[in-house]
Write a protein that binds this ligand. Structure first.
Ligand code: GUN
Length: 296
């Protein structure tokens, strides 16, 4: 059996078209655009690239962006001041602090400083705390985990009652996606570096979320036939056969896995395009929420 390929690029494109229309409605009503404020501290090339991609995606659908680029030696006080100025700036509706911050900085107080109404990355401890609690609704949920959930739903995967296995417990992906799957009534196992016999656990899974950052770590013979597989990994590997000398692969051995899985994402073209789309969606939502509050 060959799996249904879950096309993140197509889902993201469809959602971005709808968002662009929503942005037009917003502008027509209020005479200005939704805006995203970003803090980029340091010179990590991957982070700089992500922020550039986010800016470009904003521009394309009519969202304005304001970026505070800060050098690698920035102090805690300077980064916190940048967040405060975005909190206080009425033109800004959403705030993104690109992670990781340089090693000398403490991320926790920076994320806690982001105004709850502008927390479009969903990393404020109150939003994450609400995500973990029954009967509570976070205002915003983190982009990559939300993108994983949308892809599962779009592919028609039944989440309630399913055995879901998440591999990787990062604050950005693994932990929040495990919480979101739990809220959607899956039975969730969160695997990490101290987990014994990950292949045996994955074999029980109806849904696998691979977010461990190891190239082609999940093997086809770990998968239950028909499982839905969401691959969050983007790993750069050497490949002398390509013009650039490298290419990107996911955390799943895609070519073999697609012969066993029922549905699977590709890398690139799976979760990646969804992450930015979810950030755009949260930014437009923040703009409507903040503006409605002013009108009332
Ligand atoms: N670094 C890697 N992924 C993310 C993300 O989704 N948001 C932010 N702010 N930083 C990241």
């Amino acid at each position: 059996m060959t799996a249904k390929i879950i096309d993140g690029t197509a889902v993201a494109e469809r959602m971005r078209t709808a968002l662009a229309e929503d942005v037009e409605r917003f502008k027509a009503q209020f005479g200005y655009a939704p805006a995203l404020g970003a803090v980029l501290a340091g010179d990590d090339p991957a982070s700089a690239q992500y922020v550039r991609m986010k800016r470009r995606a904003c521009e394309k659908i009519g969202i304005e962006s304001i970026t505070h680029e800060m050098d690698a030696n920035s102090t805690q006080a300077e980064v916190e001041a940048a967040v405060r100025s975005l909190n206080d700036d009425p033109r800004v509706h959403g705030i993104l602090v690109q992670l990781p911050l340089p090693a000398q900085l403490d991320e926790e107080p920076v994320l806690a400083l982001v105004s709850l109404d502008k927390d479009v990355d969903g990393f404020h401890p109150i939003n994450i705390g609400k995500l973990a609690m029954k009967g509570r609704e976070p205002t915003f949920t983190p982009a990559t985990p939300t993108g994983c959930m949308v892809l599962l739903e779009d592919a028609g995967v039944e989440i309630a009652g399913a055995n879901a296995v998440v591999i990787g417990r990062s604050n950005i992906v693994g932990m929040p996606v495990a919480l979101m799957l739990t809220r959607a009534n899956a039975t969730v196992t969160l695997c990490h570096s101290r987990t014994r016999d990950i292949p045996a656990i994955v074999r029980q899974a109806d849904i696998v979320i691979a977010a461990i950052g190891k190239p082609e770590y999940v093997k086809a013979d770990w998968l239950k036939p028909g499982a839905a597989v969401i691959d969050v990994g983007t790993n750069k590997i050497d490949d002398p056969d390509t013009a650039k000398g490298y290419r990107f692969v996911g955390d799943v051995d895609f070519e073999a896995a697609k012969e066993v899985a029922g549905a699977i994402t590709k890398v690139p073209g799976g979760v990646g395009p969804m992450t930015i789309t979810m950030l755009l969606q949260n930014t437009v939502k923040a703009a409507w929420r903040l503006t409605a509050e002013k009108v009332v």
